[in-house]
Design a protein around this ligand. Structure first.
Ligand SMILES: [Zn+2]
Length: 440
């Protein structure tokens, strides 16, 4: 009886293996090179020491990062902060008789930074953070308070910029082009780093689209892929506009196959029936190094997790500045696990998982070899990363020639424990020539 049970189990196992791993069976691996997880290192605001201090550390380790930059302050940018709308004098005059409400709030909050006065910009930020928190009535009250003070001449004339904008001074488009050539991604953090949730449609679109136009002109279309709405906003109204301008947002990626854990959510990735988890974590001056390392370990110990790290200041300049020595320790720790972790820019990681999720792969086996076709329906100019494929090959194949178009490589199969099945891992482009696998 014992023997019978065992042999029935063995038979089922054999049948399962034969079915699941028959020669020619091809899958797209969850991460490139069949790694266990992905890490994207991102920096917000483009504060100057990110380039002077953090970027050399990244280059030393050959790691590529993403920088979300405030385009309006870079010399040579065509678009600076401006208010689109009625003359501000009319807006101020109206506040004397019409209290702030749902109809006029966004115009008032958009104009606040452009009244030619020092001080009102702070009210834009305060109102915007309240909108982001869903406290609309309180945001309206902030505007009533602001415009009453404006009418009472309580502010001095002048131009005011926000802290993030000031901390970014010192870099040029030529510098940025140089860093981009080294493999780093540059992406939009808007023209002036506003609270987008407080802006009306015209001013919100100006911030999004004008920033994109300067990036397009100075860096090219590849860098118009990713964006981050300032302050990590997840405001629904903002997200709807922002997704029309940029395909990949660090704020939100509402894909049906992605579980999102934002920076404010303190839980671990946990389990999910979704294909991927975006595990977003922001390191501040209070974050202990062991905790930062644990984020990377968690990612390496799972198979479905994309750790998106968010940094701001470096060496005293910018919000919650870490030192470049701390970054060196941390990035070296991540680099040491690069047999398990795919470190990629935010844009490339987003490209890979979207390509994989929408791709179809088909393999046919004949007596000369295996032919694989790979395609996806996404915009080919934006989604052009090669995908990693895993194809099971016959037991007799000791070495495999993989060719796609004019590209050819030789791959040694990975033999699975027990030796019954073996597969090859290789990279291929979608929507290109068929991929041919031959034993050699
Ligand atoms: Zn920012």
């Amino acid at each position: 009886m014992k023997y019978l049970k065992l042999s029935a189990f063995a038979f089922i196992l054999f049948a399962y293996q034969a079915k699941a791993q028959s020669s020619g069976e091809t899958t797209i691996t969850r991460w490139p090179d069949d790694k266990r997880g992905a890490v994207s290192i991102t920096f917000d605001d483009g504060s100057i020491n990110q380039f002077k201090q953090a970027l050399p550390v990244l280059n030393k380790l050959n790691l590529k990062a993403t920088f979300f930059i405030i385009t309006g302050q870079i010399p040579g940018s065509r678009y600076q902060g401006e208010f689109t709308g009625r003359p501000v004098g009319s807006i101020i005059a109206e506040t004397a008789t019409v209290p702030t409400n749902a109809d006029n709030f966004y115009e008032r909050a958009s104009a606040a930074g452009y009244l030619g006065l020092v001080g009102p910009l702070d009210y834009h930020y305060k109102a915007g953070s309240l909108v982001d928190a869903g406290k609309l009535a309180e945001a309206y009250a902030v505007m009533d308070e602001l415009y009453q003070k404006v009418r009472n001449n309580e502010f001095k004339p002048g131009i005011q910029h926000n802290t993030e904008y000031m901390d970014a001074h010192g870099t040029t488009w030529a510098d940025i082009r140089g860093y981009a050539k080294q493999g780093h991604e540059f992406a939009s953090h808007m023209v002036t780093h506003p609270r987008l949730a407080a802006l009306d449609e015209a001013n919100m679109l100006y911030e999004m689209q004008s920033s994109r136009l300067d990036i397009l002109r100075e860096l090219g279309a590849r860098y118009t892929f990713s964006a981050e709405g300032p302050f990590g906003t997840e405001n629904e109204r903002v997200m709807q506009y922002l997704y029309k301008v940029y395909p990949a947002l660090r704020n939100r990626m509402p894909e049906p196959w992605l579980k999102e854990i934002s920076r404010s959510n303190l839980s671990d990735p946990g389990n999910t029936d979704k294909e991927y988890i975006q595990f977003q974590r922001g390191a501040t001056t209070k974050t202990p190094m062991p905790m930062m390392k644990a984020w990377a370990d968690t990612t390496a110990n799972k198979t479905n997790t994309w750790l998106v790290l968010t940094f701001h200041g470096v060496d005293g300049i910018g919000w919650e500045a870490l030192t470049h020595q701390q970054l060196d320790v941390y990035f070296s720790y991540i680099k040491a696990q690069d047999n398990k972790l795919w470190v990629a820019t935010f844009g490339d990681a987003a490209r890979y998982i979207r390509e994989r999720q929408s791709a179809s792969v088909k393999a046919t086996s004949t007596n000369v070899g295996i032919t694989v076709s790979l395609s996806h329906p996404l915009n080919k100019a934006m989604y052009n990363l090669p995908l990693s494929l895993k194809t099971y090959v016959p037991a007799g194949w000791k070495k495999v020639r993989v060719s796609q178009g004019t590209k050819t490589s030789t791959v040694v199969p990975v033999v699975q424990p027990g030796g019954a099945t073996r597969y090859v891992l290789y990279k291929a482009y979608a929507n290109a020539s068929p991929i041919k696998l031959r034993a050699i």
